[in-house]
Write a protein that binds this ligand. Structure first.
Ligand code: GCW
Length: 687
């Protein structure tokens, strides 16, 4: 069977499948189909657009494309229009985006029709949590592409420039237009002369691709590197220090984007150290950036080990400040109220801050979703968040519409993704993790896209290659679709729910082993450790039951959601199962809508999660004839590890919780294969 399929493919394409290290991402198709490009203007960005067309054109042989930069009111910002003749846009960058759209349509076999496309958000930015020494916080694909260790770490080489260019191209091809070059846990070093010289070099390479650079800054920089006694945002010398620093940056990088700030959060310095508010701190920096057109993205990821439910704290702290932020500030809030868990309800700040733009921060790097080992396609998670109904301005007030300017008058709109990119040859560690970079860009451009469409595009672009002189879309035969595209797409679309099932179903959250956030650690709660950093704080399991009571009689986090949502979450009969233990604490024998007890339902979910990964293994094995050897083998290996880890998750959680439920496993689930003691010991040994 395998041999004949391989033979068929060989016979069909007329060439063997090529060796593939994954470096070309979704940009693999090169063409020898001729095209004439007519463009009256010239610029570095337009040269890229022309070059892309010449090398990737998959339309009619000897076709002609006209690129026209011309004002058109229907086109906004970076948008474009595809016409029968070619592409029209207000800006050169709009043309480049139009070229990528046109080519994506050709390469995926989607009809090229007349259309206008405008991005959902103005700022579509990657946040790199890269440190000046080249390490990456929560990075699982090697060291930083921007920074490195060593004496000559700041020397810019041709190899650096090439890599940055490839990165910029890939990002631009999906519409990303910003890059925050360093970790939000920022080193003050980044604002020193030598580092700024490298920032300028990066900006110069990224510029023609329309990618603006931004920096994360440490709030205490004036006292740490400026020789000042304080970093109080209301101190005139501090204000002057920031103004001078910003002037210095813009002298080198005239289109610098602005700052991303993590302040008064997880031990980072901030305005609260000086008795000032987030608004005082953000406004001071924003005012200094304003004359240059820069913006501040101020993070709302704040919580302290106090008596208030962690899930409530960002809202409690930021809502009273609504209306106080200057107009070049966007509040950047993680998708959920806690911290990038496999599943969270949306952050109640979306839509609630009506006088302040709020942007979603999504995490592309899979800190809590199996890192670069598990195959987890994240578009369904982001789609779930973006399409969540907030009811803030009546039905239809989805998170997407509350953040993209459709509902509120906002001077700026944005969306951020914490990047999963490193020096690994395939950029993201796992071939399928590339799909998450791709998906982030596509959703940032169009927040109404479905995960299904994004997966479809990505698979076609990533796993098929046009034979010389032939359009790639001719490869998409019924056989290819049925045997490869559809099953692999199905696997991707199910993968996030599978991870939720084997890690944290039914509203469980933060059951992770400490620090590394990969394996399970529901037991982990040593004395002296902040309670809000331990899993028992979140699951609260004992013989009486399990779950976090966030109802009106508990922490009342439900009250932060607009009606009717607050009541829906509060009421057991209307709270969706997927958020059950997020909002409710229930006895183990509580009878679910399904008729099962809560305990049985928990068992079924964990069991199902493992089964799903086993099915992914089979799906992938069947895909072998359609994939190059290298990527096939790598994904196969990773699925094996994912499966082993899913089994560990299931066994650890079920055996741990069984100590409290004191109920047997339902007979129709597979039994655990590990001992709880063994798993706990192994977890402790890793610390
Ligand atoms: O999820 C937590 C991570 C930290 C991260 C922090 C944040 C950059 O474990 O590594 O720090 O969130 O988002 O600030």
């Amino acid at each position: 069977m395998r041999i004949s399929a391989l033979f068929l493919l060989f016979a069909f394409t007329g060439m063997p499948l090529l060796a593939e290290d994954g470096h070309s991402l979704w940009l693999r198709n090169k063409s020898t189909v001729n095209v004439t490009v007519v463009c009256q203007k010239s610029s570095p960005t337009l040269s890229i657009a022309i070059d892309e067309l010449k090398h990737g054109w998959q339309g009619k042989d000897n076709g002609t494309v006209v690129l026209l930069v011309k004002k058109d009111k229907a086109i906004s910002n970076d948008g474009f229009r595809i016409t029968a003749d070619g592409i029209q846009a207000n800006t050169d960058l709009g043309i480049l985006y139009g070229v990528y759209e046109l080519m994506r349509r050709q390469q995926t076999g989607e009809p090229v029709v007349s259309m206008v496309s405008n991005p959902s958000y103005e700022v579509r930015t990657l946040n790199h949590w890269d440190n000046p020494d080249g390490t990456i916080e929560r990075g699982y694909a090697g060291y930083s592409i921007f920074w490195r260790k060593g004496d000559d770490s700041l020397t810019v080489t041709d190899a650096d420039r090439l890599l940055w260019k490839e990165y910029a191209r890939a990002s631009a091809s999906v519409g990303i237009n910003g890059a925050v070059l360093n970790n939000v846990n920022a080193s003050p070093l980044i604002l020193t002369v030598d580092y700024l010289a490298r920032v300028k070099a990066i900006a110069d390479v990224l510029r023609p691709y329309g990618i603006k650079v931004y920096l994360s800054v440490k709030f205490s920089s004036p006292s740490q590197i400026g020789g000042l006694k304080t970093s109080d945002p209301l101190d005139p010398q501090v204000i002057k220090w920031w103004q001078d620093k910003i002037k210095e940056i813009y002298a080198a990088i005239p289109d610098f984007g602005g700052f991303l700030v993590k302040a008064s959060s997880e031990g980072q310095p901030g305005p609260q150290d000086y008795g000032r508010t987030h608004a005082d701190g953000a406004n001071m920096m924003a005012d200094a950036l304003k004359p240059f057109g820069g913006i501040i993205m101020w993070r709302a990821f704040v919580y302290s080990p106090n008596d208030q439910d962690r899930a409530k704290q960002a809202y409690t702290e930021f809502m009273p400040l609504d209306g106080q932020f200057h107009d070049n500030i966007i509040i950047q809030a993680k998708n959920g109220p806690v911290d990038f868990q496999p599943r969270e309800p949306f952050s109640p700040l979306f839509g609630a801050m009506k006088k302040t733009p709020v942007m979603a921060e999504l995490q592309i790097t899979q800190e809590y979703l199996g890192q670069s080992v598990h195959l987890v396609f994240l578009a369904p998670m982001w789609e779930e968040c973006l399409k969540s109904e907030t009811y803030q301005e009546g039905p239809g007030s989805t998170v997407a519409r509350c953040t993209d300017g459709s509902i509120y008058q906002q001077k700026h709109t944005g969306i951020a993704g914490v990047a999963n990119i490193g020096l690994d040859r395939n950029w993201c560690g796992h071939p399928f993790a590339q799909a998450n970079w791709y998906a982030f860009g596509r959703l940032a451009w169009d927040n109404t896209l479905t995960s299904d469409k994004i997966a479809d595009e990505w698979i076609k672009l990533t796993f098929s290659q046009a034979p010389a002189g032939q359009a790639v879309s001719t490869l998409y035969t019924t056989e290819w679709s049925e045997q490869f595209l559809e099953p692999v797409k199905e696997m991707m679309l199910q993968s996030r729910e599978a991870a939720v099932n084997y890690m944290m179903p039914l509203g469980f959250h933060h059951l992770f082993a400490a620090n590394e956030h990969y394996g399970p650690g529901p037991w982990w709660a040593p004395r002296g450790v902040r309670h809000d950093w331990t899993p028992p704080y979140y699951h609260k399991a004992d013989t009486g039951g399990v779950g976090f009571d966030r109802t009106a009689s508990g922490s009342n986090a439900v009250s932060q959601y607009h009606e009717p949502l607050g009541s829906q979450f509060n009421d057991l009969t209307t709270c969706p199962d997927r958020y059950l233990l997020w909002f409710h604490r229930l006895p183990w024998d509580y009878v679910m809508r399904s008729g099962h007890t809560l305990w049985d339902e928990i068992c079924f979910h964990y069991d199902k999660g493992v089964q799903q990964v086993r099915d992914f293994q089979k799906t992938w094995d069947r895909a072998e004839p359609y994939v190059d050897k290298e990527r096939f083998a790598l994904v196969q290996r990773k699925l094996r590890s994912q499966c082993a880890n899913a089994q560990v998750w299931k066994d650890a959680c079920l055996l741990y919780f069984q100590q409290f439920s004191r109920m047997p496993f339902p007979y129709d689930i597979e039994r655990p294969v590990h001992e709880l003691d063994e798993l706990i010991k192994a977890d402790m040994r890793r610390r």
